[in-house]
Design a protein around this ligand. Sequence first.
Ligand SMILES: Nc1ncnc2c1ncn2[C@@H]1O[C@H](COP(=O)(O)OP(=O)(O)OP(=O)(O)O)[C@@H](O)[C@H]1O
Length: 378
Amino acid sequence: MTLDVRLTHRFPGFTLDVAFAGSDGVTALFGRSGSGKTSVVQAVAGLLRPEAGRILLAGAPLLDTARQVEVPVHRRRIGYVFQEGRLFPHLTVRQNLLYGHWFTGGGAATGLARVVDLLGIGALLDRAPADLSGGEKQRVAIGRALLARPRLLLMDEPLAALDEARKAEILPYLDQLARDSAVPILYVSHSLAEVLRLASHVVVLEAGRVLRAGPAAMVLSDPGAAGSLGPAGAGALLEGVVRTHTADGLTEVGIPAGSLLLPHVPAAAGAPVRLRVSAEDVILSRTAPVGLSALNILPAEVLALEPAGPGRVLVQVRLGPDRLLAALTERSALALGLVPGEPCHVVLKSVALAASGDASVWIPAAPDLSPSPGRGGA
Ligand SMILES: Nc1ncnc2c1ncn2[C@@H]1O[C@H](COP(=O)(O)OP(=O)(O)OP(=O)(O)O)[C@@H](O)[C@H]1O
């Protein structure tokens, strides 16, 4: 099921002008505070009527201002999960979960059992919302949205109100949801860690416009998106498979360009993993380096060089079918004589696990984009 969004809208001092297509799985809307993420989500939900635009879900219009089509909010069958759960305080968890059903007339028993299992909320069914932790409330809110049998789930910073421990508690459920549920998700976040873990597609918004959009790995390794992703954010997202665990406590992970050694990854051989390399953790060499302590050295090819602030360049290289960014000083790039098309070697100082097919695997934190101080200055 695809989502196709094209809209323009003016607020005083801010113009939203975006066009992008979502994908199956999770499409992340990523960008600084005030870049327009919530406005886009509200337009898709039908809570904001854009001045002009067309929004298609699975080819059918939710909105088409040129043809005066506007499907009312309650007919869109879109689930919306907000920052804080917004459960009905006077209803139990079970009643909250079934609330959406009363409108859609779905097969309550089977749907409830599946959603309760997916989100691990079986023990909470008879409790009142006041007796739940923040993470549990969010899981119930997600369950309620799913039980209304939505065609699309909108999640606007669903973890933003939670502390790190609660985020870590709920992320595996979101992972599972992204993998198991047939419902596509439009996920708003300015946390790169969440985006890297969950998203198959990323739309980077900047000042009301789409800066870059595409598969997560392409956007992360695109020098044009680096300014919005932050200095430690850009780099590469590599899909790999656990090959073996070595006797000295490392894990060998196969990626299309070869294999990488990581600190022990607690996942079985054959498990898919998503790896994250920050552009700051990549060294380039023209010749195969010798006598280095780094474990991960792979042949690559220079694709492009982009200025990245005073005295800095971002070098995009091809690593097998993958792309990767290296942040270098201009001086190093000149000294190395890096030009597009030339072979080189990448030395990876650090590789982090961004996600694992095994939801129980510990995921190290990736840097977040801190919200900028004021709104409207985007
Ligand atoms: N109802 C409104 N009236 C006037 N301006 C608005 C309104 N809603 C949003 N804006 C402005 O539109 C811009 C985008 O806001 P929006 O909430 O969509 O951004 P965002 O990327 O979701 O931000 P955040 O991450 O802080 O939630 C901001 O400048 C905001 O002040």
